[in-house]
Design a protein around this ligand. Structure first.
Ligand code: BGC
Length: 377
């Protein structure tokens, strides 16, 4: 567009110069009123290219941060941003918002799906209109409209959690057996296959050998899932486990609880605290995201660990993807063999998650400017 404009400008100048040069400067006999030279119409500033960013919910800290980081970094790169949050994990709202982004002229869509499998229809329209789609953090399933995927190494997140329980209980050396209960996230989120799968790749052999005992018998992903990653749901399930198995500081010993993220861990913590557990006898409890309440719980000595996924890094990577797509240059990916969405492997960029505990949170979260010290007071 710019080139065409420049070409036309040059052509106009050449023609004007030629016209001036060829016409002999004849003195007009009847001087006409000097016409005001028409001011050349100022070329309209090119409209910024619009990018649609669809996030699942505003009820969880991380998605607010993801949305804000994406908007800020895309705008800094010169794009206009249509940022939407799908109500409180409301699928029809997210679908309608994406439809509006398509009709509203977005040239690329960046989507963190509420339900990885519910966008097939709306994304057909995106594909028909050649609008590239980047799956953000969560893979969008069963759609050939997905061009790229950017996330953290989700399997590694799970191995951090499982590895932490193995090492802290010293499962290879201690006599045991140890009691554990297992929690993961929403089964409509493809990430849980990797979080739970990664953790169980480490824990399952100890369950099989009897070193770890899951008294409830709830070990499948379906049994351990938490709808919508809801704190209330995980609290309810933990309360039920406490009463059914008799767990408590003075009851059946509970050594560890695997939780795939912090919102689920927070519900587990609420139930355990209500059952009388304190920092002196709290079971090992894992998490992910370094949400503020979870970090405060780590500082208070109850939640044992979390996984830091710097949303600024993910947003930065996705902004690079958007920019490369729109400029027609190569898009940087570092994995093409892990994430199959049912239509084939999606070229992906996996960012590195970082193991977090009370021992390194200051360096990870405060020194890096992710939180201010007061956020965690
Ligand atoms: C994300 C996690 C997050 C969870 C709940 C997952 O898809 O990867 O970081 O805790 O959703 O929102």
């Amino acid at each position: 567009m710019k080139k065409l404009f420049a070409l036309l400008l040059v052509l106009a100048m050449v023609l004007t110069a030629a016209a001036c040069g060829s016409a002999p400067a004849a003195e007009p006999t009847t001087p006409a009123a000097p016409a005001e030279p028409a001011a050349p119409a100022a070329p309209a500033a090119p409209a910024a290219v619009k990018v649609g960013v669809s996030m699942p919910t505003q009820s969880l800290q991380r998605w607010n941060q993801d949305g804000a980081n994406m908007k800020q970094q895309l705008e800094a790169a010169g794009y206009e941003v249509d940022l939407q949050f799908g109500g409180d994990n409301d699928i029809p709202t997210q679908v309608a918002q994406i439809e509006n982004m398509i009709t509203g002229g977005c040239k690329v869509l960046v989507i963190a799906a509420i339900d990885g499998s519910s966008l097939t229809e709306v994304l057909k329209t995106a594909k028909e209109q050649s609008i590239p789609v980047i799956a953000y953090d969560r893979l969008i399933m069963n759609s050939d409209a997905v061009s790229y995927y950017a996330t953290f190494d989700n399997y590694k997140v799970g191995t951090f959690q499982g590895g932490f329980i193995r090492d802290t209980l010293d499962l290879d050396n201690a006599a045991g057996p140890f009691n554990i209960e297992l929690f993961t996230g929403s089964s409509d989120d493809n990430n849980v296959n990797f979080f739970f799968g990664g953790a169980m790749s480490i824990l399952q052999p100890y369950i099989d050998s009897g070193k770890l005992v899951v008294k409830s018998g709830q070990v499948t992903l379906a049994q351990c899932a938490t709808p919508n990653w809801s704190t209330e749901e995980s609290q309810k399930r933990m309360e039920n486990l406490i009463s059914a198995q008799g767990y408590g500081p003075d009851g059946t010993k509970l050594d560890a609880v695997l939780s795939s993220n912090d919102s689920v861990a927070n519900g587990i913590t609420n139930a355990l605290v209500a059952a009388g557990y304190t920092k002196d006898n709290f079971p090992l409890l894992t998490g992910q995201d370094c949400d503020k309440p979870a970090v405060k719980n780590m500082i208070a000595g109850i939640q044992s660990m979390s996984v830091f996924k710097d949303t600024r890094t993910l947003a930065g990577q996705v902004v690079k993807m958007v920019d490369s797509i729109l400029k027609g240059s190569d898009v940087e990916v570092n994995d093409t063999t892990t994430y199959d969405n049912g239509t084939g492997f999606i070229p992906s960029f996996l960012c590195d998650p970082v193991f977090a505990t009370v021992d390194n949170y200051k360096e990870l979260l405060i020194d890096s400017g992710y939180y201010a010290e007061g956020d965690l007071a």
